[in-house]
Structure formats: structure tokens, C-alpha cells
Design a protein around this ligand. Structure first.
Ligand code: ADP
Ligand code: MG
Length: 452
């Protein structure tokens, strides 16, 4: 990664200021607002691949909803993981408690992909069914890019994007579905959240519709949340819709009061985005199981299953047989033979957990069969690299980068009926080609847009 000679662009910090003006901000470790790492050039994506990105979203939303509605499948899929993962065990316990199908479900998801080297195919990295972030900030990048393009005389333009609008529509529909005019929206947040502006941008979109949001941490909910007649209350406020921007990590539920907070939500009639089954439907273990066509066919009709399956990368449990280069062998043996072709993933979310190369080898060699069963092996994806210019901590840099493309989905169901199922916008995260994790706060990622 080379620092760019700033004279080539601007000497006066215009890029940083423009980024701030477009709301591309996050808190740094000292609690100060800073611009987010952001690219200064959009990511190229073929129009037909972008169309496929959009087309897959309602299918993935339906798939996750149907998996979430199949308690027996989830329990079967995750019981093994729960044995070695106390967090999954806690969530599975809560899922087991509720035998009634959720009367309404609100799902705000983001499906992430890399493209194949030629940019023609999408390969799913993962489906995020809980706390999918950057729907606020991600929607501001295109406007920033277009302003920057004008200023620098660039000929490209960015594809406009506004995920918060579609998500706010879904919140409005969920409030109506709950059916109590005084019902409120609660955001469950992390203490000391650094990605706060991202959430505020959604709050702004809701405020424009006259919807005011309450914010609480799980710990606060453990102390304050009450059930009255099955409904969730904070003091006198009845909570119709609960949106989780926390709960992704076991650490978020470390204290007994935090766990009590989620238990109260789970036992109430609030429309939680996500509810616990939907969160579990987004686990990496479930993602792996769904790559088996017989399993997938339980949840999607043949045409939809075929389309979704086209976006699957090779995924397997370490002790499953796979066929690679025409040879059948255990995934474990294939990965030990060629660790550079795989990623080993534990059932953890939130970045920084994946194992590569010698770490992968060491982990696979040291684990018992039971320990291995809590991990999945995934084919290592090799997206196309391109030169680009980025801005991080006030400094411009130029280097070879790769982009991960995400697409947000909003789904609302009432009983068996799907009330709303839409793709609502995209996210691009771009990182230097040699960086592994593309998180904006947690990794080496930069916010980006799609070139129009
Ligand atoms: P998390 O829940 O931590 O976000 P992900 O599966 O999204 O887990 O992995 C984190 C990051 O690791 C991704 O954003 C991507 O940059 C990289 N990554 C994940 N899976 C692969 C893969 N199969 N090949 C190459 N890189 C991957
Ligand atoms: Mg991810």
C-alpha cells in the first residue's frame, strides 16, 4: 500500500471534509468523530451481476425465514455446535421454549458475496441475519463519490443507494402489523458503540416518518424490561418492534443481566428483528448445511433453489467427504493437503475469527472430531483485484484492492403470509488485496460504492 502524493489530488483535506459532510463518520477509540475509511473510486461490477445481486436477496430472505420457521431443523443442525459453544446453547435453549410460530417476523439481512475472477458469478461469503451494519453509512457513499467525481473531473459515477429508506418502510409496516398505535421502536445497542452514526442515519430516516426510537443495551434491558400480558414494556412504553444491533457476539451476552434482557425480549410478543430462530438461521453451520441440495429443497421450490445454489461456494464440515479436482476425499484431508485453498471458520460472527494457512493446519491437527464439528471449511474465494485509491485516517493511499458486495433485504411476515419482501440497497466493502478481513471498524475494510 503506497501513500499517494497529495498534490496529485488536493492539498487542503477536501476528501476528508467531503466525507464528513456526507455523514461518513464513526467514533475513534477516544470517542471522537472521525471519517470512516472510504475508497475514492467506486468498484466496477457488471450490470448483469448487479441484477443477480438484487434478484438473490428476496430468495435468501425467504430461505432464512423458512429455515427459521423450522424449529426441528434448527435444533438438529445446531445441537452439535451447542455442545462446544455456550452462546449457541443459550440461544437454542430460548428457541426451544417457543413452540408457537412467530405471529409476525421482521427480517433485516445482508447477504455478502465476492465475485468470480471474471466478475460474472457471485459467490456468497455469508448471510447476516443479525445486526447487519452499514445500511446507514453504506447508503451515503455514492453521493460522496459523485461529489468527489465532479470535484476531481472524473468520468465515472456511482450507483445511487438508500438502504435506510427500504428498512424504514419495513419498520413502518411492522409497527402497523403489531397494531398498537402507541407501540414504540427499540434499538438494542452495544455500550460504547463506535459505529453510532450508521445507526443514527436509520434513526433519522425513522424520525422523518414521525417514529422516535428508544435505545438500550442488553444490560439495561435486563434491569428495565418487563412483560405485561406477554407484551414487552420499558416503564410505560410498549415496545412493538425491537431491532438488534447487538447480540452478534457471545461477549455481548456475557452478564446475567444481559442474558435476562434477551430472554425477556424472546418471551415477549415484540416483533424482534431478528427473532432468535432467524438469528440461528444465519449461522455458518446452517449456511453449510444448506449447500446440500436435498436440504435446500426442503425450503425453496426447485427454480429458486437452483438460482440460490449457483451463488454457493464449496462448504463442508471437516469430516464430510467433498469432491475437489475430480477426487473424493474428506474435507479435512483436502484442507490439510492444500491449506491455501480453504478458510476454516468457527461458529463466530463479527470478524477476525477465520483461520488461514498454517493456523488452519494447526487448528485442524490439534482438534478432536467433536471439536472439529463446531467448525466449517470453506473454499477460499479469489475475487478479482484492481488498482484503486482509498482514504483512511486522513491519508490517501493507492494499491491493489478487492471488493466484497453485500445486498440488504427487508422481509415482513404475518403467520404464513409474506407481507413485504424487498431488496433495499447494497454495500461495498473494499480492502487491500493482501488484507484478510474486510470489516470497516474491525478490519482493513473501506466503505465503497458500485460504479454506475
Ligand atoms: P464474519 O461473521 O466474521 O463477518 P465472514 O464469513 O463474513 O465472517 O468472514 C469475514 C471476512 O473474511 C469476510 O468479510 C471476507 O473478507 C473474508 N472471507 C470470509 N470467507 C472467505 C472465503 N471463503 N474466501 C476468502 N475470504 C473470505
Ligand atoms: Mg461478514
Amino acid at each position: 500500500m503506497n501513500t499517494v502524493d497529495r498534490t496529485e489530488f488536493e492539498r487542503d483535506g477536501a476528501a476528508e471534509q467531503l466525507a464528513a459532510l456526507h455523514g461518513l463518520l464513526q467514533l475513534d477509540a477516544a470517542g471522537q468523530l472521525q471519517h470512516c475509511p472510504v475508497m475514492l473510486t467506486p468498484a466496477p461490477l457488471r450490470a448483469d451481476t448487479f441484477a443477480e445481486l438484487e434478484a438473490l436477496t428476496p430468495l435468501y430472505s425467504t430461505l432464512a425465514h423458512r429455515v427459521a420457521s423450522s424449529g426441528a431443523f434448527l435444533i438438529d443442525a445446531l445441537s452439535g455446535v451447542a455442545e462446544s459453544d455456550a452462546y449457541i446453547e443459550f440461544l437454542l435453549g430460548l428457541a426451544r421454549e417457543r413452540h408457537d410460530a412467530a405471529p409476525a417476523r421482521l427480517s433485516i439481512t445482508r447477504s455478502d458475496y465476492f465475485t468470480s475472477a471474471d466478475g460474472r458469478l457471485l459467490r456468497q461469503v455469508e448471510l447476516n441475519t443479525i445486526a447487519a451494519s452499514y445500511l446507514g453509512l453504506g447508503g451515503r457513499v455514492a453521493d460522496f463519490h459523485n461529489a468527489w467525481a465532479t470535484r476531481t473531473g472524473a468520468s465515472w459515477r456511482a450507483r445511487l443507494n438508500a438502504p435506510t429508506v427500504g428498512v424504514a418502510d419495513a419498520f413502518e409496516a411492522a409497527l402497523a402489523a403489531y397494531g398498537v398505535p402507541s407501540g414504540r421502536v427499540l434499538f438494542v445497542v452495544l455500550p460504547g458503540e463506535r459505529n453510532i452514526v450508521d445507526q443514527r442515519l436509520l434513526e433519522l430516516e425513522l424520525a422523518a416518518r414521525g417514529i422516535n426510537v428508544l435505545r438500550r443495551t442488553f444490560d439495561e434491558l435486563g434491569e428495565q424490561a418487563r412483560l405485561h400480558g406477554g407484551e414487552l414494556f420499558l416503564g410505560d412504553e410498549r415496545i412493538a418492534v425491537t431491532y438488534l444491533r447487538a447480540g452478534l457476539l457471545a461477549a455481548d451476552l456475557a452478564s446475567e443481566s444481559a442474558r435476562r434482557g434477551w430472554r425477556t425480549i424472546a418471551r415477549s410478543s415484540t416483533i424482534a428483528a431478528p427473532d432468535i430462530p432467524l438469528m440461528l438461521a444465519g449461522t455458518k453451520k446452517v449456511q453449510q448445511l444448506l449447500t446440500d441440495r436435498r436440504v435446500l429443497s426442503r425450503f425453496l421450490p426447485p427454480e429458486d433453489a437452483t438460482r440460490v445454489a449457483r451463488s454457493f461456494a464449496l462448504l463442508a464440515a471437516p469430516d464430510d467427504p467433498i469432491t475437489i479436482d475430480g477426487r473424493e476425499q474428506l474435507a479435512l484431508d483436502a484442507a490439510l493437503e492444500r491449506p491455501d485453498r480453504f478458510v476454516l471458520k468457527p461458529q463466530r460472527e463479527g470478524g477476525g475469527n477465520n483461520l488461514y494457512d498454517h493456523e488452519l493446519t494447526r487448528a485442524l491437527r490439534s482438534m478432536s472430531r467433536a471439536e472439529r464439528s463446531a467448525y466449517i471449511l470453506m473454499e477460499r474465494l479469489e475475487p478479482p483485484a484492481r488498482p484503486a485509491v482509498g482514504l483512511r485516517a486522513g491519508a490517501m493511499w493507492r494499491g491493489e484492492v478487492v471488493s466484497e458486495f453485500g445486498h440488504y433485504g427487508a422481509l415482513l411476515t404475518r403467520g404464513e403470509r409474506i407481507v413485504l419482501n424487498r431488496g433495499v440497497g447494497y454495500l461495498v466493502r473494499t480492502k487491500a488485496v493482501d488484507a484478510r478481513e474486510g470489516g470497516i471498524c474491525s478490519g482493513a475494510g473501506h466503505l465503497d460504492s458500485v460504479e454506475a
